[in-house]
Design a protein around this ligand. Structure first.
Ligand SMILES: *Cc1c(COP(=O)(O)O)cnc(C)c1O
Length: 367
């Protein structure tokens, strides 16, 4: 059996360096400064132990409390929605549109109007840039501003992506990033909260470090969390230096799949709808129209598995998850049909020519 080609290689990739030189060096400040520099949000970044904790803190900073409602993209990873429940609030799920696969602005506004007519104004909106593809940020920001609802941008998969030349993670009132093992850059585990205001950054650090009041003894007037990134992990800052290279490699994988499926009827490689959208192509995905191809995405997945090549169905929408079955949903079957017909293909930034040859020969044989 040949070795396994993973979906998205984990662990520290390529030439990232550990640079821990002394225990008293403040790597956290350095990492926040280089991220701030990259995102052009100087001094407003807080590095944390995960992207999930960044979403949780952003909801607390948005004032989300028990029984509040939060609007969330349904087509996403559960980590986008779980922190809503940590706050005792209720997720309301919104369907996707077909161009970017992200939150549909039309269903978003419909949901806001519906909830306001029912006497509850949603406290926040969580929009996601799935697989690195920027969401329709202009339309979504306009709606958030119109109804004065806090906008949280889950850019966990989209570091390096841009919409109209603006970096993903910098559109919302809050942006969140992840440095988990399978993401575009990794500190083995970690995340960041991108704030618009210095005041929010200070509050986030306070909450992330056990909410200790200013006193010589341990004094607390609020519930705190242990969410700060460890200094050692922040020291893996060689990751920022490989970011652009990883984006280029993942985009190259996407080109590879475009060429591979160029003449295949019924298979579409997920691509940016216009030049306004620049995706890091964290994962490359295809949609399979089984009425044309004569096989389903699951059949292709099983064939790849036989040759030890990992692929995966797209995210199963949150409104179809047993754990969220009682939540409201606004939309039709866009996210559901993406889940049924889509497949994520191997997309790691360290795929070799040999790996790509294996992938194309397995797929060509199957076709
Ligand atoms: C990975 C991911 C998260 C969570 O990040 P962690 O650092 O793993 O907690 C949140 N949202 C999306 C869309 C993700 O892909």
């Amino acid at each position: 059996m040949q070795y396994k080609i993973p979906l998205s290689s984990s662990l520290i990739q390529l030439d990232a360096k550990f640079e821990i030189s002394s225990a008293d060096t403040n790597y956290i400040d350095d990492f926040e400064a280089s991220l701030g520099n990259y995102l052009q949000q100087e001094k407003k970044i807080v590095v944390l132990n995960s992207g999930t904790s960044a979403i949780h803190l952003s909801l607390i900073l948005a004032g989300v409390k028990q029984d509040d409602e939060v609007l969330c993209q349904s087509f996403t990873f559960s980590a986008s929605a779980n922190p809503i429940v940590y706050c005792g609030a209720k997720p309301i799920f919104i369907d996707s549109e077909k161009e970017t696969w992200n939150m549909c602005p039309v269903f978003l506004e419909e949901a806001i109007k519906n909830r306001m007519a029912a006497g509850v104004k949603p406290k926040a909106i969580i929009v996601v840039h799935l697989y690195g593809m920027p969401a329709k940020m202009e339309a979504i920001s306009t709606i958030a501003k119109k109804y004065k609802i806090t906008l949280i941008e889950d850019a966990a998969e989209a570091l390096g992506s841009t919409y109209k030349n603006q970096k993903c993670g910098t559109f919302g009132d809050f942006g969140i990033l992840s440095f988990n093992g399978n993401k575009i850059i990794t500190t083995s585990g970690g995340g960041a909260l991108v704030c618009k205001h210095e005041e929010d950054k200070q509050k986030a650090i306070f909450l992330a470090t056990q909410a200790r009041d200013n006193a010589p003894h341990y004094q607390h007037s609020q519930i705190g969390y242990n969410y700060r990134m460890s200094n050692v992990l922040a020291g893996i800052r060689g990751q920022m230096e490989v970011l652009d290279k990883h984006v280029a490699l993942r985009r190259k994988n996407n080109q590879f799949y475009k060429a591979l499926f160029k003449d295949v009827n019924g298979i579409t490689v997920f691509a940016a709808p216009t030049k306004d959208y620049f995706s890091n192509h964290w994962l490359s995905c295809v949609l399979i129209d089984s009425a044309i191809t004569g096989f389903t995405s699951q059949e292709l997945r099983l064939q790849l598995e036989k040759d030890n090549i990992e692929s995966r169905p797209l995210w199963k929408p949150m409104h179809l998850q047993p754990v969220f079955k009682d939540c409201l949903f606004f939309g039709t079957d866009v996210a559901e049909s993406l889940f049924t017909n889509g497949l994520c293909l191997p997309s790691g930034s360290n795929l070799t020519e040999e790996d790509l040859d294996r992938i194309s020969s397995t797929i060509n044989k199957f076709l």
